[in-house]
Design a protein around this ligand. Structure first.
Ligand code: SF4
Length: 384
């Protein structure tokens, strides 16, 4: 399979979104943030392309203003919103220029497309896949030392730990190595540049990062090949262009027929009953505590009321010394019968198992039955 880094990321964020976009190829309008990001990327490419002298800040800003003309077609909420995005673009470029004067950098390539091969195993016959990506900027820092930089227009800045394990940087490092095998053993700086904050967070290439990225990509490819596209609800749904056709949301946007309205009434009834059940269980727990306290205080084991009576039955929960139990059961041939492994026991030890053991066990899982359960969520949702 040939797949881009962005498609892998798309799949990992939400397999259903990947399905709409890459399998069904449903064309969707680009979001404002996407358009804004594309224009900023173009302006930064221009900034670092000497002609033949490096571009000045005012040339870069003029270039951005020219690009901005194309955004008249975008569905802005208002002219103020369009202006706010424009001003943000100007601010980002000014800040960036201050820290990244093009004269000070030795740029090897901009928007460099790469292809990286990955194999499903080490044997010669192992299935091979090709990862594709575009690296925003490659700098030469010193002899045999390069830096890969990817620009981000998101507001959120991840922690150092997340950057150290970043899938994109791992895949880009792999692409760099395969494009320039001469530098395979050389150090490589990997950076994400957060333009809204004018901050760069970097890590260094290492084999663990590349290996993890390969495994993550292979896992996504394997699930795509198995045609597994479940929806994954997250905060990203708010920006998803497929929300109105997604099974997790489309009901909210549908025009309801009388049949649909009947189901809505049933769901309402179900939720009310569930809520009542939850409240009842909570109340029962509180009552039990009060009644037990009263019984202890008054020395009674039965309390009578108009509806009947409550009786306290003595219950003992014992545990055993299983070494002793083994001595008793083994000679009579019953010891093995209580040693049966069970799913419950496996779940109990799951967190204590090393990751590679968990993976081995996961591979052995056989789906016996797949079913859907109804999960009530007591939150009123509105269309955007
Ligand atoms: S709305 Fe959410 S769950 Fe549905 S496809 Fe988009 S991201 Fe996935």
């Amino acid at each position: 399979m040939q797949i881009s880094y962005s498609s892998i990321e798309l799949y990992l964020n939400c397999p259903k979104k990947y399905y709409f976009s890459q399998v069904e190829k449903i064309k969707a309008k680009k979001s404002k943030e996407q358009i804004f990001g594309t224009l900023i990327h173009s302006a930064l490419k221009f900034l670092h392309q000497p002609n033949p002298l490096p571009h000045t800040l005012s040339q870069v800003l003029d270039y951005f203003k020219e690009l901005w003309e194309s955004t008249k077609e975008v569905d802005w909420q208002s002219e103020e919103e369009r202006n706010a995005y424009f001003e943000e673009g100007i601010r980002i470029l000014k800040e960036y220029y201050k820290k990244n004067n093009p004269k000070n950098f030795l740029i090897v390539d901009l928007e460099k497309r790469f292809f990286a091969k990955i194999k499903e195993g080490n044997h010669p016959e192992a299935k091979e896949h090709t990862l594709i990506g575009i690296i925003d900027r490659i700098d030469k820092i010193s002899n045999n030392y390069f830096e890969i930089i990817d620009y981000k227009t998101s507001r959120k800045m991840p922690s150092q730990n997340i950057v150290d394990n970043n899938l994109q940087l791992g895949i880009y490092a792999l692409g760099f190595e395969q494009n320039w095998p001469k530098f395979r053993k050389s150090p490589l700086k990997l950076s994400l540049y957060f333009l809204k904050h004018s901050e760069k967070i970097s890590t260094q290439k290492n084999q663990e990062l590349i290996e993890k990225a390969k495994q993550k990509a292979l896992k996504a490819i394997s699930l795509i090949e198995q045609k597994k596209f479940p929806p994954f609800v997250s905060s990203l749904c708010d920006f998803c262009v497929y929300k109105k056709i997604c099974p997790m949301w489309k009901h909210l946007y549908q025009d309801l027929t009388p049949d649909d309205k009947q189901i809505v009434d049933l769901v309402n009834e179900y939720l009310i009953l569930k809520k009542r059940q939850e409240n009842d269980l909570k109340k029962i727990k509180e009552l039990k505590e009060e009644i037990n306290k009263y019984c202890d205080k008054k020395g009674v084991e039965r309390i009578f009321s108009e509806e009947g009576y409550l009786q306290r039955d003595r219950q003992i929960r014992a545990n055993y010394d299983f070494l002793k139990i083994k001595e008793i059961l083994e000679p009579v041939g019953f010891w093995n019968e209580i040693l049966d492994p069970s799913l419950k026991k496996l779940k109990k030890i799951w967190q204590k198992l090393p990751k590679e053991i968990q993976k081995k066990i996961e591979k052995e899982a056989k789906v016996e039955k797949e079913f859907k359960s109804l999960r009530p969520v007591f939150k009123k949702m509105k269309k955007e």
